[in-house]
Design a protein around this ligand. Structure first.
Ligand code: ATP
Ligand code: MG
Length: 368
């Protein structure tokens, strides 16, 4: 059953349409991530749910009630910002108690809640410190703790980890996942980092230019992208996409010529009937293998090799000047400037039409 429902939501700033017909629902206890490039409307959507921005049109329902005209303080949501927004003159304990004091909760209840949450967040030894005497990670934990003690219906996080260094981000990410499970809380988390989205979310809402590009589990977005935008946004390094020159279709096969000098035969039953209109072909770096130049579906010259230890990324410049990235077995190391063949995995190929929609038929796939 849906817990938070966003219905045909629009937000205009003057002539800028920051949110366009946003429509989705969230179940109680779900961890939902809004992800997309800078300026796509993630924060605006989150702030509109929090009531910090007013909607231009549409409705938001929380737990069966419309909250669209409800004052932010009455919405029973708690927001955690990138900037932490702690009260600098208050101790950790007072920062965490503040909302409960405002709500005039009994002193004993406040003490109990704050101490329990402080323990869970490993802040119990820091309760008397002021925010300026804390590290970035500790401050962010106080900000999260302050939200948790309020026991809101929904937690709203706007890029809460982006001020932290890489190692601490990973640590806090795991901490948040754990907290989510422990609390059984409904959480919405905004990030532009697709790795954060993939690792944290039960459900990802991927946005582009004020619109929802696709909603799905992390693996659905990875394996079954609805369009070129999602296909290239999810996954690192990103999916290779090259222009298609022509497609000739038989009942059972599609022969795709692409990138001036490359071709591949695909199983027509994996694509929609109008796949002969394909304008672009996509394949992920991890679904490619090296071979002799004459055996490849595609060939090119090795331009850059990135050795990362656990994997090697090889950037190949094709004859038509496009770059293709291959994530290959680290045991196989091509040499720079060598001409090399690349074999595609036909059942892991994507085709996109003029409007950049995926032409693949996904059906019930098992993602193995
Ligand atoms: N107060 C405002 N007045 C006018 N335009 C605004 C306002 N706030 C946001 N916008 C515009 O709305 C669009 C969406 O902005 P928003 O802050 O929601 O993006 P975002 O996805 O959170 O980006 P980022 O990843 O950079 O934080 C942008 O084009 C932005 O310029
Ligand atoms: Mg933002």
């Amino acid at each position: 059953m849906s817990y938070l429902q966003v219905n045909h939501l629009y937000k205009k700033y003057g002539d800028t349409l920051a949110l366009k017909d946003i429509d989705f629902e969230i179940k109680k206890g779900e961890f939902v991530v809004f992800v997309g490039p800078s300026g796509c409307g993630k924060s605006t959507l989150l702030r509109t749910i929090a009531g910090l921005e007013s909607a231009s049109d549409g409705d938001i329902q929380l737990d069966g009630q419309s909250i669209i005209n409800t004052h932010p303080s009455q919405r029973d949501v708690a927001m955690v910002f990138q900037s932490y927004a702690l009260y600098p003159h208050m101790s950790v304990k007072d920062n965490m108690s503040f909302a409960l004091k405002l709500a005039k909760r009994p002193q004993q209840e406040i003490e109990e809640k704050v101490s329990k949450v402080a323990k869970a967040l490993k802040l119990d030894a820091l309760l008397d410190r002021k925010p300026k005497a804390l590290s970035g990670g500790q401050r962010q934990r106080v900000a999260i703790g302050r939200a948790i003690v309020r026991n809101p219906k929904v937690f709203l996080f706007d890029e809460p980890l982006s001020n932290l260094d890489a190692a601490l981000r990973v640590e806090m990410r795991i901490e948040l996942s754990r907290l989510h499970q422990e609390l059984g809380a409904t959480m919405i988390y905004v990030t532009h980092d697709q790795i954060e989205a993939m690792t944290l979310a039960d459900k990802v809402v991927i946005m582009s230019q004020g619109e929802v590009a696709q909603i799905g589990t992390p693996l659905e977005l990875y394996h079954q992208p609805a369009n070129r935008f999602v296909a290239t946004f999810i996954g690192t390094p990103k999916m290779n996409v090259l222009p298609v020159d022509s497609v000739s279709a038989s009942d059972t096969t599609l022969d795709v010529k692409f990138n001036s000098d490359a071709s591949i035969r695909l199983d027509a039953s994996l694509f929609q009937g109008n796949a002969d209109n394909a304008k672009a072909i996509g394949f992920r770096p991890e679904s490619l293998a090296f071979c002799e130049p004459e055996d490849g579906d595609l060939k090119g010259d090795v331009e850059v090799i990135e050795q990362l230890g656990s994997e090697t990324l090889t950037y190949i410049r094709t004859l038509s000047g496009e770059t293709v990235v291959v994530r290959a077995d680290p045991k196989f190391t091509p040499t720079l400037r060598q001409t090399i063949g690349v074999k595609l995995t036909p059942e892991k190929v994507y085709l996109f039409n003029q409007e950049e929609k995926s032409l693949n038929i996904y059906g019930e796939v098992s993602h193995v």
